[in-house]
Design a protein around this ligand. Structure first.
Ligand SMILES: [Zn+2]
Length: 65
């Protein structure tokens, strides 16, 4: 799983280890794309949690009356 990308997909330029972007053309590396996908997933999960909490509180409030 931990394969390191050594060259840019777009221009073929050599990449600095752990780089998020290509220094030559600015293309995102595999690592950066994976991190962005992970960030979106975490954000969606957080949003669902907030919605769940709001629904739960609304339900508790309506039951307590
Ligand atoms: Zn490049």
């Amino acid at each position: 799983m931990a394969q390191v990308q050594v060259a840019c997909d777009k221009c073929g330029g050599k990449l600095v280890p752990d780089a998020a972007y290509c220094e030559r053309c600015g293309e995102r590396t595999h690592r950066a794309r994976r991190l962005v996908r992970l960030a979106i997933r975490v954000e969606l999960l957080f949003l669902l949690m907030v919605i769940g909490l709001v629904v739960a509180f609304a339900w508790i409030y309506s039951v307590q009356k």
